[in-house]
Design a protein around this ligand. Structure first.
Ligand SMILES: NC(=O)c1ccc[n+]([C@@H]2O[C@H](COP(=O)([O-])OP(=O)(O)OC[C@H]3O[C@@H](n4cnc5c(N)ncnc54)[C@H](OP(=O)(O)O)[C@@H]3O)[C@@H](O)[C@H]2O)c1
Length: 249
């Protein structure tokens, strides 16, 4: 089966490409670095020739409100049009648990727009909504940093390993389109401030983490329901402490 991974050189994309290749699939890692640009359309038609499945795990290079909205809307439109022309039978998109609950965030408005285009588009689809990757917690801490202090919401999160997200995407990509949204979350819930504190402490990072219920997460205030999954979510196996000890700190 030929599978094209848009964003195939990124964190999730490179893990997914490796897994699909190991399983014997003809897998193309597509990104601007490999001559395929979902935003301009460059190289898309050639990349999709003969493909049965496209998995979109691209991310916007700039996250200001207008740029990120344009990225997810334009790239999704370009992909769906190119897939229709190439006869692709399954479009898989990676989104975020809680996307519809954070309208104050430009990033989440852009992900919601991406989901809407996929759901109303012409190609059979599956949307996987994942929770925060363990690998992303450092960036979350950076976003709340002011000097030596990191101000973060104490809202509940249920993060997971990028490796587990890639494995689930690999399963979805080779299955039939669900024309639906499924959720994936890690095996344990944490307070976001506590999670960042544990990561920074494991890395001997001297910044102090302070809980603040009004601290914004990519422009949105959080509560315990904002980023946590529903009852039907699939649960990824890797625990935070195991990931931490394996990640070489
Ligand atoms: N971070 C989280 O905790 C989290 C949680 C749930 C879901 N997600 C979703 O997961 C997805 C992937 O995230 P990630 O962290 O793996 O991203 P990443 O490591 O930043 O990788 C982004 C990928 O997108 C590619 N890309 C950028 N512009 C492109 C374009 N114009 N056309 C085609 N490809 C382009 C990049 O290619 P180059 O390297 O060539 O620039 C790279 O391969 C995102 O959609 C995000 O919303 C993230």
């Amino acid at each position: 089966m030929k599978i094209v991974v848009i964003g195939g050189t990124g964190l999730i994309g490179s893990k997914l490409v490796e897994k699909l290749r190991k399983d014997g699939h003809d897998t193309l890692a597509a990104s601007p670095d490999t001559g395929v640009n979902a935003l301009t359309g460059e190289g898309l038609a050639e990349a999709l020739e003969g493909a049965q499945v496209v998995v979109d795990v691209a991310n916007a290079p700039a996250w200001d409100d207008a740029a990120v909205l344009d990225f997810f809307k334009t790239s999704s439109r370009n992909l769906l049009a190119a897939e229709t022309a190439a006869g692709v039978g399954h479009h898989v998109t990676l989104s975020v648990v809680g996307t519809d609950r954070l309208p104050d965030s430009g990033y989440f408005r852009a992900k919601a727009a991406q989901e809407d285009l996929v759901k109303s588009g012409p190609v059979p689809y599956t949307i996987l909504r994942a929770t925060q990757f363990f690998e992303f917690i450092g960036r979350i801490a950076d976003s709340g940093t002011d000097g030596d202090t990191v101000r973060l919401s104490p809202a509940l999160v249920q993060p997971e390993a990028a490796d587990d997200v890639a494995s689930t995407l690999a399963d979805i990509a080779v299955g039939a389109p669900l024309n639906d949204t499924v959720e994936l979350a890690g095996p344990e819930a944490f307070r976001l401030d506590e999670l960042a504190r544990r990561l920074l402490s494991a890395k001997d990072d001297p910044r102090q983490v302070t809980a603040d219920v009004h601290a914004r997460y990519f422009d949105a205030e959080l509560d315990d329901r904002s980023l946590t999954p529903g009852d039907d979510a699939r649960i990824a196996p890797t625990r935070f402490e195991d990931w931490l000890s394996r990640s070489g700190k």
